[in-house]
Structure formats: C-alpha cells, structure tokens
Design a protein around this ligand. Structure first.
Ligand code: DAH
Length: 341
C-alpha cells in the first residue's frame, strides 16, 4: 500500500502548505502545484490505469479523498485570506475621522457692496425707492438730456468709452435721472446705484470702473434747503455724528446752482493732514438743484416742479470711512484686505 501512504504524505504536505500560505497568490500556487493539469495529485488520478486492478478501487477512493480534503482546505483558506485582504485594503484607505478638517475659505461681501447697501438703507429709511439704469447708455441719456450737448465743454470733465458715436459706457449714473423723469410719475424720490466707466488709468485716486449712487428728488416746492438737510443727514449716518459737512459752489451742466460736498477729515478731525492734503476736508459728492432745462427736456414743467440731485462716489466713501489709501486696493480681490470689513 505504498501508494496510499504516498497520498497520505502528499495530503499532509499540502495541508501544511495551505496553512502556511500568506496570501491568495501563494495559495493559488499551491492549488496549481497539487490540483493543476501538471499537479501532483492530478498525476495520481491520471495514472490510475497503471494501478493493479484489485487495488484500483482502494487507491481511487484514497485519491478522491485526498483531492476532496485538499479542495476543502483550499476553499476555507482562500475565503479566510480574501476576507483578510479586504480588511487590510479597507483599513489602508480608511479616513481618519479624528484628523482636524481643512477649513473652506469663505469670502465676505465686498466692501463696495456693503457700503452701497448701507447708503441705500439710509435713503430707503427716508422713503426713497432704489432704481437701476443701463450701463451701456446712449449719448443722449448720458450727456445731451443732462444739458451737455455734443460740443459742450463739460464733456471733457469725463473721458468716455464710446461703443459707437451714439452709444457709450455710462460715465455717470446721472442718466438714470432722465429715465426716471421720462416715466412721468411725480413726485420722484429715487436713488440709483451702479457701475460707471471712464477712460482713466488706475492710480491711487482713479479707477476706470467705479460705483456711483445717484439721487433725485422732484416735486412741488423742493428747495436747496431740502438738499442740504438731506445730504447732511446722510453724511452723519454714514460717517458718524461727529463729522461735519460743507457745501462748496461748483459747476455741473445738469444742476443750477451746483455744489460739491466735503466731509470733515476722519483722520485729523479737520486740523489738516496728508490724507486731506492739509485742508481738513475731503470731497465726497456732487449735487445741485436740477436745472430747469433738464426738467423741461424730460417733460416736466419747471414752473410747477423743482428738484435736487446728487451723485456719490461709493469708492470714495469707502476710502474716507475706512482710511483706505489707494482705490486700487478695492478691486484687487486680496482677501487679507477684504476680510477686514
Ligand atoms: N454725475 C456727477 C459726476 O459723475 C456727479 C453729480 C453731480 C451727480 C451733481 C448729480 C449732481 O446728480 O447733481 O461727477
């Protein structure tokens, strides 16, 4: 019964190899070596013909048992190894939930948006309505209807981006006044915030695109006193109760009389410093009584109605309120700067 012993030894050896296999590859090699086409146990099966007739049944049974035993052990070990390998790969790629997270960088509302909103709130509180006008405007609304015909010298105050001879990027929000007056609903109490464009090179005090807030009031009996009271109230609301204002005579084609409004310097308190160029004051807006000609062009009878208008530079307000030394800082998108507000 040498064959039976051989099979027993082979089985034992194989069982040991199966037990020692460290991974599914190693185990597969054992399977091929024993049960594969050229496998040791397969060879016994194949050579059954050479076994003496009377022993064949016994040997055949022993070979089959050995094969079953090897197959069973292989299967068991394989599923154990697979489970282990799965476990290993899961733990290798596992997320460590105890690690501190990476915080998302969250922006803030831009200072210009905030101030636009803040100024709008002041006027909404006074009963004004917020309206908007087009940024691509016609020459008529930006200039002509505002009392600045084609050859008018005041046009040189604003260098314009023209799209064609009649179309331009608005240089001021004042054109919204005309749109509003043409609607013909009186009285008018509106403000119109928005972007404006001028052919300027960016420097500490100029930007080719900036933001204005236009104001317009038209009704019966509106006086310069109403204008002064409104703008003084506005300045104190925006800059603080301790700030004072002064009105300086100025010229705008669409208002008569016209003025520029200065607010006392927030840095030196009015005694004069580098920021206010030694004057103690900083200019923040232009204003005036709507020129009767402008009312007439928009279909409003200047004998019955009068009005005032103003235009505030939002970037200027931002700089004066927060002592920003260079307008360009407002458009560079530097989060370290913007996050302060
Ligand atoms: N549009 C003027 C500018 O851009 C500002 C301005 C001045 C607006 C007087 C007005 C005003 O409504 O009455 O310089």
């Amino acid at each position: 019964m040498a064959l039976i012993d051989e099979l027993k030894t082979l089985n034992e050896k194989t069982q040991k190899l199966i037990e020692d296999a460290k991974n599914s590859d190693e185990l597969d090699k054992v399977r091929v070596a024993v049960l594969g086409k050229q496998g040791e146990l397969t060879a016994y099966l194949r050579n059954m013909g050479a076994v003496a007739k009377e022993e064949r049944a016994k040997v055949g049974k022993a070979v089959n048992e050995a094969r079953k035993s090897v197959e069973g052990a292989l299967e068991q070990k394989m599923s154990a190894l697979k489970a282990q390998e799965l476990e290993d790969s899961i733990s290798a790629s596992a997320v460590d939930v105890t690690l501190p997270g990476r915080a998302q960088v969250v922006g803030t509302r831009h200072l210009i948006s905030k101030i636009t909103e803040e100024i709008s709130e002041v006027f909404l509180g006074l009963g004004y309505t917020v309206v908007e006008g087009p940024e691509v405007e016609t020459d008529y609304y930006n200039f002509e209807a505002l009392n600045a015909p084609k050859d008018h010298p005041s046009r040189s105050m604003q260098d314009t981006f023209y799209i064609d001879s009649e179309t331009l990027l608005r240089t001021q929000t004042s054109g919204v006044q005309v749109h509003e007056m043409e609607r013909g609903k009186l009285p008018i109490y509106i403000i119109a915030p928005g972007k404006v464009y001028r052919r300027d090179v960016a420097d500490p005090s100029h930007l080719p695109q900036f933001t204005q807030i236009e104001g317009l009031v038209v009704g019966k009996g509106i006086t310069f006193g109403d204008l002064k009271g409104t703008l003084e109230f506005f300045c104190k609301k925006v800059f603080g109760e301790d700030r004072t204002t002064r009105f300086r005579a100025h010229y705008f084609p669409f208002t008569e009389p016209s003025a520029e409004v200065d607010v006392s310097c927030g840095i030196c308190g009015g005694s004069g410093c580098r920021f206010c160029k030694g004057t103690g004051w900083s200019e923040i807006l232009g204003c005036g009584m709507v020129d009767p000609n402008v009312l007439k062009m928009s279909g409003i009878d200047p004998e019955v109605y009068s009005g005032f208008a103003f235009g505030v530079g939002v970037e200027r307000v931002a700089c004066l309120k927060y002592n920003v030394p260079d307008l360009r800082m407002l458009v560079q998108g530097d989060m370290r700067f913007l996050n302060q507000f």
